[in-house]
Design a protein around this ligand. Structure first.
Ligand SMILES: *Cc1c(COP(=O)(O)O)cnc(C)c1O
Length: 387
């Protein structure tokens, strides 16, 4: 059979980590234990009380039938209440909240609701790859907004050409940011709302790391900004907040017409997340959030160990206020790819080359704080030995 993949699959950006994955396997085959600072997936288990609620809920026959695609009323209410407690937002669980099968699912599907063939989507670079891929799958075109250190890793909205603004339908943002660990200053979202109103552009804010914050920093919600609910949506995820990446549960909140359009897309594609998982997620959202504070403490200690050691080794890096990532400029003479290959082959330490998140990530590697402190110390010793 002559299989010809669709143009959308053929157009997918090359997977830059193939090479590293192969080298990692080679090095492990030589009996060297690779310390993996590459993956953005919490190593810590889901808190026990959430697992226990799941064990009970899974036995409840009401969940053994099709769930509703937009999420159970109890889940949407818990999400709205969480947003109220956390950000002071008043959301209507019926019209302004929708459950997602992980926020990735909502991010990937959202453009199907608003983007036509040839429309432009404003996508930051470096960034989580799904903003571009969702655009591509909807037939849209990404226009890249570079995030650079000079601009505190915020997009320069004033630098976007007029003809691009005319055809742009959606703007993606993500703060606290993966991979740069940048946070949004308080006046930035107000500028975004002005921009969105002026050019009639939908704002989608990905807040997956809203709770991975340190030193008393509290990440704002985009929806707290006056006017935000007229122009956009915000995507939340339980994955990083409660160490639930494997469970696949998140939600979007905001503009009711946008939520309704996303609901229409999803009801034609999926039938929602398993009710028992939603019930366990309700337990997470309604809890006293002590598990979140505990998680923040663990990442803070790891971050301090990694950053202070790297500073001693001469790296130009400061303590990030949020996310479990470190966005590390590579030493002079290296590219992202060369430096990550060097660290992997010489030190057995795997980190992600920055250009894997887009061309503007060149010159950096991303290290994730998703390993125990003993392994971070070991990684530092190995890096010190080979530099
Ligand atoms: C991890 C991550 C997500 C998605 O998480 P889900 O598990 O799909 O909820 C979304 N955005 C960014 C930037 C992420 O790093």
């Amino acid at each position: 059979m002559d299989l010809k993949k669709s143009e959308r699959l053929q157009e997918l950006p090359p997977y830059l980590f193939v090479d590293l994955d192969r080298k990692k396997a080679e090095i492990q085959a030589r009996g060297i234990e690779v310390i993996d600072l590459g993956i953005g997936d919490p190593d810590l288990p889901t808190p026990r009380f959430i697992v226990e609620r799941m064990i009970k809920a899974v036995q409840d026959a009401q969940y053994h039938r099709y769930p509703s695609s937009c999420g159970m009323a109890s889940f949407r209410r818990a999400a709205a209440d969480w947003c109220k407690k956390r950000f002071g937002l008043s959301l209507d669980p019926e019209r302004e909240v929708i459950a997602l099968i992980g926020s990735k699912e909502g991010i990937a599907h959202f453009p199907l609701a608003f983007v036509n063939s040839g429309d432009i989507v404003l996508v930051p670079t470096p960034a989580y790859p799904v903003y571009h891929i969702g655009t591509l799958f909807s037939g849209g075109k990404s226009y890249y907004l570079p995030l650079s250190a000079e601009n505190a890793f915020l997009p320069d909205l004033k630098a976007i050409p007029r003809d691009i603004l005319r055809d742009a339908k959606v703007l993606w943002l993500n703060y606290p940011n993966n991979p740069t660990a940048a946070t949004a200053p308080s006046d930035f979202f107000a500028e975004v709302v002005d921009f969105a109103e002026r050019y009639n552009i939908i704002v989608c804010h990905d807040a997956a790391y809203s709770e991975i914050t340190f030193d008393g920093y509290k990440a704002p919600s985009f929806l707290e900004t006056p006017g935000a609910r007229e122009v956009g949506l915000e995507f939340f995820s339980l994955s990083k907040t409660y160490n639930m990446t494997g469970w696949r549960i998140g939600f979007a909140v905001g503009n009711s017409d946008m939520i309704s359009a996303l609901r229409q897309v999803k009801s034609n594609i999926d039938s929602g997340q398993f009710g028992a998982i939603q019930e366990a997620a309700v337990a997470a959202l309604e809890s006293d959030q002590a598990c979140v504070r505990e998680m923040q403490g663990i990442y803070t200690r790891r971050r301090d160990t990694l950053v202070t050691s790297l500073q001693i080794l001469g790296f130009d890096v400061s303590l990030p206020k949020a996310t479990f990532y470190l966005w590390l400029p590579v030493p002079r003479g290296y590219t992202s790819q060369l430096f990550s290959t060097f660290l992997l082959e010489q030190a057995g330490v795997l980190c992600t080359p920055g250009n894997g998140f887009g061309d503007a990530g060149e010159g950096y590697v991303r290290m994730a704080l998703t390993v125990p402190r003993s392994q971070i110390r070991e990684a530092i010793q190995r890096i010190d030995a080979v530099l």
